[in-house]
Write a protein that binds this ligand. Structure first.
Ligand code: GAR
Length: 202
């Protein structure tokens, strides 16, 4: 059975692109990206979606009376598109409880650090300025916390001499584009088992 995917974005959408490409070449099994939702009107990710004939929806947070109503609108969009799996790809908001309840263990996020270190914004810069020798990225299921859900896959990226926060972020991004499609593929093939915090690959 085809897995219908929604991707939530706020920006340039390079991770979205890696998912689109992976679906296109058949790397991610039986999947269909039904809709891309952005909370930013001019997010380049929306143009990427349209270029590939994917429904691209801007939902304006400022037009909603509160977060609850905004989230209900997103949830309605997911339902209208029969979405089975939600991917956060550079979506810069904390997801509300309604969506998490509805899609428990069916929402993934990519984060540019080795969680549980360096949660939140500018994680690559946080890691660089902390002076870590090994940085990296994480795909995790989304729970009610900020970057706290069960970890699916992680990839290490060594910090090298002459690195800046930007060069490190660029190398982390290369790995993000590898592990996110890998995690989605495992999910779609039914190979991820979640028990509490522990995600096993079957
Ligand atoms: C990526 O590096 C992603 O890991 C990060 O934002 C960037 C989005 O880039 N996400 C977070 O920091 C979430 N806490 P993209 O729009 O090119 O995919």
């Amino acid at each position: 059975m085809t897995t219908n995917i929604a991707v939530l974005v706020s920006g340039r959408g390079s991770n979205l692109q890696s998912i689109i490409d992976s679906v296109k070449i058949g790397y991610i099994g039986d999947a269909n990206i039904r809709v891309v939702v952005s909370d930013v009107s001019d997010a380049y990710a929306l143009a990427r979606a349209r270029d590939h004939g994917i429904d691209a929806v801007f939902i304006d947070p400022s037009e909603h009376s509160d977060k609850h109503v905004f989230e209900e609108n997103i949830l309605r969009t997911l339902k209208e598109h029969d979405v089975d799996l939600v991917l956060l790809a550079g979506y810069m908001r904390i997801l509300g409880k309604q969506i998490i309840r509805e899609y428990r263990n069916r929402i993934m996020n990519i984060h540019p650090a080795l969680l549980p270190s360096f949660r939140g914004l500018h994680a690559q810069r946080q890691a660089f300025e902390y002076g870590v020798k090994v940085a990296g990225c994480t795909v995790h299921f989304v729970d009610e916390g900020m970057d706290t859900g069960p970890i699916v896959l992680q990839r290490c990226v060594p910090v090298i001499e002459d690195d800046t926060a930007d060069t490190l972020a660029d190398r982390i991004l290369v790995q993000e584009h590898r592990i996110y499609p890998e995690a989605v593929k495992l999910f779609i093939e039914g190979k991820l088992k979640v028990e509490g915090r522990i995600v096993s690959v079957l």
